[in-house]
Write a protein that binds this ligand. Structure first.
Ligand SMILES: Nc1ncnc2c1ncn2[C@@H]1O[C@H](COP(=O)(O)OP(=O)(O)OP(=O)(O)O)[C@@H](O)[C@H]1O
Ligand SMILES: [Mg+2]
Length: 515
């Protein structure tokens, strides 16, 4: 550890202690924060854990000045601070990296960083911003090119830009709201190196995650929230995942789903020599062939960016194929529209659920029937049957434990994880022939993950063919019957789950070995 200095290498003044005291925040129908106490010290990583909708983001948005608390106060080094907007908290040295990135895709990295600087005046010097940005990214080992456009970056790279931006602007205390949700395991490792360095220099870090092993690995203290309240704050000395899970959920959690034996049926999906390009017009799928039978889960393992997304999108009709064939239930579907494919029995849980699949300004109920809105069950002659839609939505809300004041609440007011649960609920309740599930438990809490994995296993038992795309090898191993590994747009091997071991899969994912 370095001796305490008041100025950090990034140029900001240390915040010895930042504390939220007796914070309450009410939204229509929910008490999101109920007399919450939370503090973070310089040189500490304090993790904030809790199920979807527990109130984590709300609490952090209060510290960041985005929301005003109804009750309670913020103190910095013992003195009361009032933040009327993020401009105030930034001035005080507090930065936040949001759950959903807030970069402008059509601007360069430098322009995005410059965009958030309030003190520069109208004649902000982009050259200077660029220079300091390069210095910061060097100092923290965050590889980024200041001159590329944000739309050209992978999510991991966008994450790095967000961190440099937060270091640039705020700096002393940085809030990271689920920073690892969209990162590959390698990117998570790199991020943790940076975060540990920042901690050792005397930054204060608040880290929100649903992944218990990450919290165990990284944090000095852990605070668990449930239903808007703090359950406890503990020092991280060898605390067990089971204990954390129980604190979060309020009961024991089953980490491995039951996988009953299933007799597989006929081939439901056949993909033959499928080729496609990615968003940068490069070849992303190179003659991919695979089959999935009724009652079978084919897991696709691979580091993201190796063609998994393009494969799912091609089958779902969101991306044109440049060659090959996709046969669903015996019929070629490549010439069908997205809607026609859905009607032929395809369900798709996309990876980027905030971009595809929901409309924030629509209600929960409208989103629940979004792709199915002309189904007879929701109609009454030419009109909508609002009672049927309400009943259907309320049923989904209950089954998937979606935290929302009601079915008429606008989707944008739900917490991040609850939006995900709604999409999953919708897609999983359509009794499909083929279900494509891309990263189905990413960003959802452990209670919901347990439920989702259980639902996938039920669907398998009822004869649905499932294409599971996941970067989480434990999830792939827990759910799949067969595992295909993708590397650079090719399927480099398909193995039976019972013959698979994590090490060999890892080597195949890294391109070092073929089955
Ligand atoms: N702007 C808002 N308007 C209305 N309700 C809101 C708003 N923001 C949050 N809520 C509600 O407050 C509660 C807490 O939400 P919050 O986003 O803080 O949860 P979270 O712990 O961050 O969950 P997640 O892990 O899913 O991100 C939820 O019930 C949510 O629906
Ligand atoms: Mg949140």
């Amino acid at each position: 550890m370095m001796p305490p200095t008041t100025t950090l290498p990034s140029g900001h003044t240390r915040i010895e202690t930042a504390a939220l005291q007796g914070i309450s925040k009410r939204f229509p129908g929910v008490l999101a924060n109920d007399h919450v106490n939370f503090d973070v010290n310089a040189g500490e990583i304090h993790a904030l854990l809790g199920e979807n909708g527990a109130g984590k983001s709300t609490l952090m948005k209060i510290l960041y000045g985005l929301y005003q608390p109804d009750e309670g106060e913020i103190t910095l080094n013992g003195e009361v601070a009032r933040f009327h907007s993020p401009a105030d908290s930034l001035t005080a040295g507090i930065g936040m990296i949001h759950q959903h990135f807030m970069l402008v895709p059509t601007l360069t990295v430098t322009e995005n960083v410059a965009l958030g600087i309030r003190s520069g005046g109208p004649l902000l010097n982009l050259k200077q911003v660029r220079k300091r940005l390069i210095a910061l990214s060097d100092a923290y080992g965050l590889k980024i090119d200041p001159d590329v456009y944000v739309w050209q970056l992978s999510v991991g790279e966008q994450q790095r830009v967000e961190i440099v931006k937060a270091l640039y602007q705020g700096g002393a205390l940085i809030i990271l709201d689920e920073p690892t949700a969209v990162l590959t395991p390698q990117e998570v490792d790199e991020l943790f190196v940076t975060l540990r360095q920042m901690r050792d220099e005397g930054h204060s870090l608040i880290f929100i995650s649903h992944k218990l092993y990450e919290v165990q690995d990284l944090s000095d203290r852990i605070t668990v929230m449930r239903d808007g309240r703090v359950v406890d704050t503990i020092a991280n000395h060898g605390v067990e995942q089971r204990t954390l899970a129980r604190m979060m959920v309020g009961r024991d959690v089953q980490f491995q789903p039951d996988r009953p034996p299933v007799t597989v049926g006929e081939v439901k999906l056949a993909v033959r020599s499928l080729c496609a390009q990615n968003d940068r017009d490069l070849l992303a799928l190179k003659e991919v062939s695979l089959e999935i039978r009724a009652g079978e889960v084919l897991g696709i393992a691979g580091v993201s960016g190796n063609g998994q997304r393009e494969l799912a999108e091609c089958i779902a009709g969101l991306r044109p194929a440049t060659g090959g064939e996709v046969i669903l239930n015996g019929h070629s579907i490549l010439s069908l529209s997205v809607q026609e494919r859905l009607q032929s029995g395809l369900s798709f849980v996309p990876e980027e659920r905030n971009r595809h699949g929901t409309i924030g300004s629509f209600s929960v109920a409208e989103n629940a029937i979004l792709q199915n809105n002309d189904a007879p069950q929701f109609l009454n002659g030419p009109f909508y049957n609002f009672e049927a839609i309400r009943r259907y939505t309320v049923d989904l809300i209950q089954k998937f434990n979606i935290k929302t004041p009601g079915h008429e609440t606008l989707l944008k007011n739900l917490s991040g994880g609850n939006v995900q649960k709604l999409i999953l609920a919708r897609e999983l309740s359509r009794q499909p022939v083929l279900l494509i599930a891309a990263q189905p438990t990413r960003g959802v809490d452990i209670g919901a993950s347990e439920y989702i994995r259980g639902v996938l296993m039920q669907q398998r038992s009822s004869g649905v063919a499932i294409l599971l795309i996941s970067e989480d090898l434990d999830e792939i191993m827990a759910l799949s019957d067969r595992i295909a590994v993708m590397y650079e747009g090719e399927v480099v091997g398909v193995v039976d789950r019972d013959d698979a071991d994590v090490e060999t899969l890892g080597l195949m994912m890294a391109g070092a070995q073929r089955a």
